[in-house]
Design a protein around this ligand. Structure first.
Ligand code: ADP
Ligand code: MG
Length: 274
């Protein structure tokens, strides 16, 4: 493993879904390194492959090709039992559909406590998490009777119950008002600061992406761009591929040709009419 404190390392990840006789290439050659304690917003249009990447990082899918390390462990080398244990004690996952993260007939508090089954039970943490997501008064209500927004907040409390090394959240604020959204952001940042929890958060919510330390934009199954501290960069892919961001498509439309002019520290692309 590398000397860097990377918690996630993707090396040429390819994910192909096979449904009946069609194949969908959801991810192609994704290279990505995420260091411990980073909070990453995963951006990109619908169908880009964001959820697929999250499922792979969670060990819920095995990549069609490429390698994936979590905290130095090559996921492909784990048998199902060890993978299940790693997931239960080290990963907190919040799926896109909030209800799917919860056991409907259990109370809010029981749902959070259940998520601690692989680690030491900590009742104070359960109460603290419910308070932080604004559900202190809802501890005894069955999760199945809660609104979508309440379920979403509870799902975050569940995902953080075991102080995971890696939190994976798919659109965690999609059903929340601004106030509840802020609570969710605060909780994710607090987990990163207090417990060193690394977060990868799929989001379309600029309040979320601006609050996190880094953005990674997936387009057409590839990492096309990254942002840090408000500045966006395109990523030079394998074979030197560059994705021109949509906001420049009027200058360099997809399918057009460009002339490459070298500079001392890079190149310029100019539209050309051959
Ligand atoms: N279980 C599946 N079977 C077949 N195709 C799928 C499946 N899940 C996702 N896809 C396809 O893979 C691509 C990426 O999907 P997804 O990862 O859900 O993207 P995003 O989360 O960025 O919207 C899409 O073309 C989608 O239709
Ligand atoms: Mg998705």
């Amino acid at each position: 493993m590398s000397a860097r404190q990377s918690i996630v390392r993707c090396d040429g990840i390819v994910q192909i879904y096979r449904a009946q006789d069609v194949e969908v290439v959801a991810l192609r050659d994704v290279d990505l390194v995420i260091d411990r304690g980073e909070t990453v917003a995963l951006l990109g249009p619908s169908g880009a492959g964001k959820s697929t990447l999250l499922w792979l990082l969670a060990g819920l899918l095995r990549p069609s090709a490429g390698r994936l390390w979590l905290d130095g462990t090559d996921l492909a080398r784990l048998d199902q039992r060890r993978l299940d244990r790693l997931r239960a004690d080290s990963i907190g996952m919040m799926l896109q559909n909030p209800a799917r993260n919860l056991i409907g007939y259990l109370s809010a508090a029981q749902n959070v406590a259940f998520a601690q089954r692989a680690v030491k039970r900590d009742g104070r943490r359960v109460a603290e998490l419910l308070r932080r997501v604004g559900l202190s008064d809802a501890g005894n209500r069955p999760a199945g009777r809660m609104s979508g927004g309440e379920q979403q907040r509870l799902a975050l409390a569940v995902a953080l119950a075991n102080r995971p090394r890696l939190l994976l959240a798919d659109e965690p604020t999609s059903q929340l008002d601004a106030e509840s959204g802020r609570r969710v952001i605060d909780l994710i940042k607090r987990a990163a600061e207090a417990d060193g929890t690394t977060a990868v958060v799929v989001t379309h919510d600029t309040a979320v992406s601006e609050a996190l330390s880094r953005t990674v934009t997936i387009r057409d199954g590839r990492v096309g761009a990254e942002g840090r501290r408000g500045e966006d960069f395109v990523v030079i892919g394998r074979e030197g591929a560059v994705q021109v961001p949509p906001e420049y498509h009027h200058l360099l439309p997809p399918g057009s040709m460009a002339r490459i002019e070298p500079l001392e520290d890079g190149v310029v692309l100019r539209r050309a009419v051959p």
